[in-house]
Design a protein around this ligand. Structure first.
Ligand code: SF4
Ligand code: SF4
Length: 423
């Protein structure tokens, strides 16, 4: 086996020594107590498939599909097993060699025909939000018999009632609003670009206040993360190559993303586009916004907000990128805020890219548990550095609980500084 569409490389599979230290960290193993639903069990399935002892059948595919890709196992593994590459390559092999049942094929086709393309997704999201305000959610449970209708019902439940209208303009350079420290580019992605314009605007406001010119290039699209995490490697590579070609010549010190899921893929284009120097160079300049602001050090004047913040560490931030302390430090830099971590804070919320659309039962179990751990803290707002987590947590939380990306809270604190200066 040589990796990619032919499956994970054997030498990568063999780095697992079956110790089992990863089992307590794995949410799907915790829920099922089934070895095949654990990291060790999944790697063993890959090994047995590589040996020719088992076929690429629905049993194998089911256990690989049910992995959240949360990478909690990577953090727990003392042998440094690269599980992320293993699962990406196993999924890529499945997508290229396994014929899924018609209903699954249709669902995946619908998801990937829409989600990576803001121009297609925007009207559907607006329509969905309107339908939700008109009560369409009440009929959604009746659609939960599988297939595209059930996926539509899950998507409807995740959608916010109102979509944000305050996104920064594309094709514009926003000048620093305090002594200049450099120039950064903002990566706007696909889902974020449609649903989380206010997060993008907050990122621009905070970066400007911290002394950075912010370029928001026009014509940028999806980074390929959703596709890569789902085994749609050719689509992911196409999207990544297009993004690099569009942004390659822009003169910025760093490319900033506010999405943890995107960040982990944007930083790994050498895996998606091996041997393509421009992709590796681009990846080297990508920074998650928490990581960047923490590295640079906050200098702006942040005024008290006086709120209780429950912080949920997104898996693709904490586990895949190792960004754990930075978001907490930024939130704690806002005077008057209490920053709290829910119990089992390292457990996935069940969002996981398109997971909550295609594996709704596990996603619901994890989303409900996460929302209840957060509610116990009685916060004013729940914060997370990944758009999918914010949607998932909001879905299972009391509708009165506000949610925000940490950079939005920093921006709100800056706005409070402006308001108090004007008073
Ligand atoms: S990525 Fe998450 S769900 Fe998948 S095996 Fe690892 S810990 Fe379990
Ligand atoms: S993935 Fe790591 S922790 Fe889990 S069984 Fe293999 S070597 Fe042990």
């Amino acid at each position: 086996m040589s990796g990619g569409a032919t499956g994970p490389e054997r030498k990568l599979i063999d780095t697992c020594v079956h110790c089992g230290f990863c089992l307590p960290a794995c949410p799907t193993y915790q829920l099922s107590a089934n070895e095949a639903e654990s990291p060790r069990g999944r790697i063993d399935l890959m090994r047995r498939h590589s040996d020719g002892a088992i076929q690429l059948d629905s049993d194998f595919v089911g256990h690989i599909d049910s992995c959240l890709g949360c990478m909690a196992c990577v953090k727990a593994c003392p042998s440094g097993v690269d599980y992320e590459t293993l699962i990406v390559e196993a999924r890529s092999m499945i997508q290229s060699s396994f014929r899924r049942p018609g209903r699954q094929r249709l669902v995946r086709k619908a998801i990937f025909a829409v989600m990576p393309y803001p121009v297609r997704m925007r009207p559907l999201v607006r329509l969905g939000s309107l339908a939700k305000r008109l009560g369409a959610e009440r009929v959604a449970p009746r659609l939960s018999n599988g297939g595209v209708a059930a996926t539509f019902a899950s998507a409807l439940a995740l959608l916010p009632r109102m979509t944000s209208s305050s996104a920064p303009a594309r094709g514009r350079l926003y000048a620093a609003s305090s002594p200049r420290r450099g120039t950064v580019g903002l990566l706007t992605g696909c889902v974020s670009a449609v649903v989380f314009g206010s997060t993008e605007q907050a990122a621009v406001d905070v970066l400007r206040a911290e002394g950075f010119d912010v370029l928001v290039p026009a014509g940028q699209g999806c980074c390929g993360a959703l596709a890569e995490h789902s085994g749609e490697s050719p689509l992911a590579a196409r999207l990544a190559r297009k993004l690099v070609a569009r942004l390659d010549r822009e003169q910025v010190d760093a490319w900033i993303t506010t999405s943890a899921g995107c960040g982990s893929t944007l930083k790994s284009y050498d895996r998606l586009l091996p041997g393509e120097a421009s992709a590796a160079k681009f990846s080297g300049r990508v920074r998650d916004i928490h990581e960047f602001l923490h590295q640079q050090g906050l200098r702006a004047d942040y005024k008290p907000l006086g709120i209780r913040i429950a912080y949920h560490p997104a898996c693709h931030l904490a586990n895949a990128q190792g960004i754990v302390d930075e978001p907490l430090a930024l939130l704690r830099a806002i005077p008057g805020c209490e920053v709290l971590l829910p119990g089992q804070s390292g457990t996935c919320c069940g969002s996981a890219g398109i997971y909550n659309l295609i594996e709704p039962a596990t996603a619901e179990a994890l989303g409900t548990a996460k929302a209840s751990a957060i509610a116990e803290l009685r916060p004013d707002v729940v914060a997370a550095g990944n758009p999918g987590c914010l949607l998932q947590i909001a879905r299972y939380s009391d509708p009165g609980l506000a949610s925000a990306h940490p950079v939005e809270l920093l921006a709100r604190s800056l706005a409070a500084a402006t308001a108090s200066g004007e008073a």
